[in-house]
Design a protein around this ligand. Structure first.
Ligand code: SAH
Length: 240
C-alpha cells in the first residue's frame, strides 16, 4: 500500500480522535507499531501504569507524527525530545503518569497548559470529551493546531497565549494538566476546577521539581506529591 493511502487511512481512523477504536477500522500497520507496543510494555506497564484506557490510547496515538521529522525514529524512546523553540515533548512515562493521575473515564472537560507538540493533547482527546489547550509560543501553537487537525482530533480546542490564568470562558474543568513548571500553583487554575476536579502540575525550580495532584473537594483542596520531575519553566505572568 502506498504511504499516501496509508496516511489517509490513518487520518480517517483518527476522525473524532476521542471516538472509541471499536467504531472505526484500525489503522494500517506501520513501522512504528512495534516500537510503540514496546514503549507501552516496558516504559508504562513496566513502571506501574495501570489505567487500561491510558495504556490502550498510548498504544495507538502516533507520537512519531508529532515530533520533528528527523527524530521520528526516536519518537518511542524513553525520554523527552526537542520540538523547537527550546521546548520538548514530554517523556512517554510522564504523559502516562499525568494522564492516569487525571483519572479520566471519557466524559470530562480537560484543560492543558503547554500544548508543545500536541502529543499530550492528542492522548487526552481520546481519554476525555473535550480538551482545551493553551500554548505560549506562537510557532509551536500553530504547528500543534495543524497537526491535531491532521490527526482528526476535533474535540481539541487550541489557543495561543499565557495559560497562567487558565481558560475562564470554558471553565469549570474536571481535570487540568500543566506541562511546564511554575514556582507556585496559579490560583486561577484552582478556581477553574470543578468540584471533584483534579489539577496535575509540576511545581519548583529547574533542579527541584515535584509533580503534584490537587483535588478540589467539599472540605477544600487536597494535595498529594506524585513524583520528582523535570519540566521546562512555565513562562510569562507566573515569572513576574
Ligand atoms: N505537553 C507538551 C509538552 C510541553 S513542553 C507535549 O505533549 O508536547 C512545555 C510547553 O509549555 C512548551 O511548549 C512551552 O512553550 C509552553 N509554555 C511555557 N510557558 C507557558 C505558559 N505560560 N502558557 C502556555 N504555555 C506555556
Amino acid at each position: 500500500m502506498s504511504s499516501r493511502i496509508r496516511r489517509l487511512l490513518a487520518s480517517l481512523w483518527w476522525l473524532g480522535c476521542g471516538v472509541s477504536s471499536r467504531d472505526v477500522p484500525p489503522p494500517a500497520p506501520d513501522a512504528y507499531d512495534e516500537p510503540r507496543a514496546r514503549m507501552v510494555r516496558e516504559q508504562l506497564v513496566g513502571r506501574g501504569i495501570r489505567d487500561q484506557r491510558v495504556l490502550e490510547v498510548m498504544g495507538r496515538v502516533p507520537r512519531h507524527e508529532l515530533v520533528p521529522e528527523r527524530d521520528r525514529n526516536d519518537a518511542y524512546e524513553d525520554g523527552p525530545l526537542p520540538i523547537g523553540e527550546g521546548q520538548t515533548i514530554s517523556q512517554p512515562y510522564i504523559v502516562a503518569a499525568m494522564s492516569e493521575a487525571a483519572a479520566l473515564s471519557g466524559n470530562e472537560r480537560v484543560l492543558e497548559i503547554g500544548t508543545g507538540s500536541g502529543y499530550q493533547a492528542a492522548v487526552l482527546s481520546a481519554l476525555a470529551r473535550e480538551v482545551y489547550t493553551i500554548e505560549l509560543e506562537p510557532v509551536l501553537a500553530a504547528r500543534a493546531k495543524r497537526d491535531l487537525e491532521r490527526l482528526g482530533c476535533t474535540n481539541v480546542h487550541t489557543r495561543t497565549g499565557d495559560g497562567y490564568r487558565g481558560w475562564p470562558e470554558a471553565a469549570p474543568f474536571d481535570a487540568i494538566l500543566v506541562t511546564a513548571a511554575p514556582d507556585h500553583v496559579p490560583p486561577a487554575l484552582i478556581d477553574q476546577l470543578a468540584l471533584g476536579g483534579r489539577l496535575v502540575i509540576p511545581v519548583g525550580g529547574s533542579g527541584d521539581q515535584q509533580l503534584w495532584l490537587f483535588t478540589k473537594t467539599e472540605r477544600g483542596v487536597e494535595r498529594r506529591a506524585l513524583l520528582p520531575v523535570r519540566f521546562v519553566p512555565l513562562r510569562g505572568e507566573s515569572q513576574k
